[in-house]
Write a protein that binds this ligand. Structure first.
Ligand code: FUB
Length: 351
């Protein structure tokens, strides 16, 4: 991931223009997955650190080691750091790079889903369990069987009596370049050209790589099915192309449901947009709908969308607090509006 030139940015001016400020400033946090549990907002972010790893296009500088859960009584309330929730040293199968996590609740238990590189350098996705939404979480000894790549987002579809289908939980995941999705095109890990973030990608005129979706087992600890492609199509029903870099999927999956429609949202990575696509069921296909967030300071953009007290919120991050350091980010929140036709109104992070 090339570092953007930041010499020209006046950060005092930028922070004055920012539509929202970091939720916590005592640590760097990123990739916020927000949920409402027991009437409170719980945010499951990455915990950014400067481990001294050199910047590269595989994201080696994102060398995170642990997770902290942040909670808030309301969207404008004080954000509380609940301390260490899980550390990589306690995860038997994982070696490093605890990237963007997510969480889910079922029958009073809380599940933290997280990607990390295993001892052979391959990203897998693991689960850790707690009786409390803020942890600490006890990791399973092994990663989810047949899991790969990064950025798990777990979506609970509402039960039929709540306008949903069957109350199942689905995991959406995947990320290209350092997230290794392109290495799994033949269902096994292709280790050729290990230093290249773009080897194994489709050509620009071919359909782009799809994010993945898999229903979870009832205990939320495994995939109940082989992960499937989640197709994103344009207004004419054609798959987005790999060269359509301002619209195609890169990483940072999220799913929310609004007025009976499924909204799949994601980051376009190297063009720095958060976009969304809508569909009629959890598996898609999804039709491209537009941009949610214009580029933030910092290379990555990653988010979640959640309803609280009859308003919708976008949790996101930027690198304003660290004055543009790509791997030292801060989580933020702002209101998100669906217009009368269900279109999401694009947000500018700086006025
Ligand atoms: O935080 C590390 C990686 O950066 C995440 O997994 C990606 O989504 C990007 O935000």
């Amino acid at each position: 991931m090339p570092e953007d030139p930041i010499d020209h940015i006046d950060f005092d001016e930028l922070n004055e223009k920012a539509i929202s400020q970091p939720l916590v400033t005592h640590i760097y946090t990123a990739d916020p997955s927000a949920h409402v549990f027991n009437g409170k907002i719980y945010i499951y972010p990455s915990h950014d650190i400067d481990a001294g790893d050199a910047f590269d296009d595989l994201g080696s500088h994102f060398a995170m080691e642990d997770y902290h859960v942040i909670s808030m009584d309301s969207a404008g309330g004080k954000a509380v750091d609940n301390g260490l929730a899980l550390h990589v040293k306690d995860v038997l199968w994982a070696e490093k790079q605890m990237w963007a996590p997510d969480a889910a609740e079922k029958d009073g238990k809380y599940y933290l889903f997280f990607p990390a590189k295993d001892h052979s350098g391959i990203f897998r996705i693991g689960v850790a369990v707690s009786d409390s939404p803020s942890g600490p979480f006890v990791p399973q000894p092994e990663a989810i069987k047949e899991s790969f790549s990064i950025d798990p987002a777990v979506f609970k579809d509402a039960c039929p009596d709540n306008g949903g289908n069957d109350g199942s939980y689905y995991m959406y995941f995947g990320g290209i370049w350092g997230g290794q999705l392109q290495r799994w095109r033949t269902n096994s890990f292709n280790a050729d050209q290990p230093e290249s973030p773009v080897a194994h990608l489709p050509n620009d005129n071919e359909p782009s790589l799809c994010p993945k979706v898999a229903k979870l087992t009832d205990d939320l600890l495994e995939f109940a099915e082989t992960p499937k492609d989640l197709l994103i199509i344009d207004e004419n029903g054609n798959p987005l192309l790999q060269g359509d870099t301002e619209r195609r999927f890169f990483e940072a999956s999220w799913m929310h449901k609004y007025k009976g429609k499924y909204y799949f949202s994601y980051s376009t990575g190297d063009t720095h947009y958060l976009c969304y696509a809508t569909g009629d069921n959890p598996y898609g296909p999804f039709t491209y709908g537009g941009r949610i967030l214009n580029p933030v300071v910092g290379w990555t953009s990653h988010h979640s969308i959640v309803e609280f007290d009859n308003k919708w919120y976008l949790f996101y991050h930027d690198s304003s607090l660290s004055k543009g350091v790509t791997h030292l980010r801060s989580i933020k929140v702002t209101e998100l509006i669906h217009d009368e036709n269900g279109k999401i109104i694009t947000i500018d992070p700086y006025k």
